[in-house]
Design a protein around this ligand. Structure first.
Ligand code: MG
Length: 165
């Protein structure tokens, strides 16, 4: 990383929230998590990827996920969110951005995420063409407080650091 100048560093943040209750499976970070209600959304509801895409676009100064993939556009109905991530990575690469690291937090009361985190990191690393070690994915609960604590939905947060050069 000796070629990384601190003057070309860009930080970005993304947040996403979706309610549980979909008939479709729960998909987080590209990984299908069995035996749990899915997230209601226009796409496949992968809130990890949605927050990550928003963070990447934010760091690059390119707006937000909704401006590229509007939820009212029927073409995105039920769409695999990994497509959003791959396309966003391509867009950023073309502008000379590369990922230094990403830190992702999934706030949910259930299910238990720990067993699924290595697979999520592998999926995301594949789509971002980076090493899994550049990605951190962690889970937390809200200690039964609020809509997350009542298991009505979940929230995700992603912070990324990019280098442009
Ligand atoms: Mg979303």
């Amino acid at each position: 990383m000796s070629d990384v100048s601190m003057f070309n560093l860009r930080i970005g943040q993304g947040i996403d929230v979706h309610p549980f209750g979909a008939a479709t499976p729960l998909v987080l970070g590209g990984v299908t998590i069995p035996n749990h209600s899915g997230l209601k959304a226009h796409s496949d509801g992968d809130a990890v990827i949605h927050a990550l895409v928003d963070a990447l676009l934010g760091a690059a100064g390119l707006g937000d996920i909704g401006s590229y993939y509007p939820s009212e556009d029927p073409v995105h109905a039920g769409k695999n969110s990994r497509i959003f991530l791959v396309e966003t990575h391509r867009k950023l690469s073309a502008l000379g951005f590369r990922l230094i690291n990403a830190d992702i937090t999934i706030m949910t009361q259930s299910p238990k995420l720990l067993p699924h985190i290595p697979a999520m990191k592998d999926c995301l690393a594949q789509d971002l063409q980076c090493e899994a070690s550049q990605l951190n994915v962690k889970g937390t609960t809200t200690d039964h407080l609020g809509f997350i604590g009542r298991k009505e939905g979940l929230m995700t947060s992603a912070v990324v650091l990019l280098h442009q050069g």
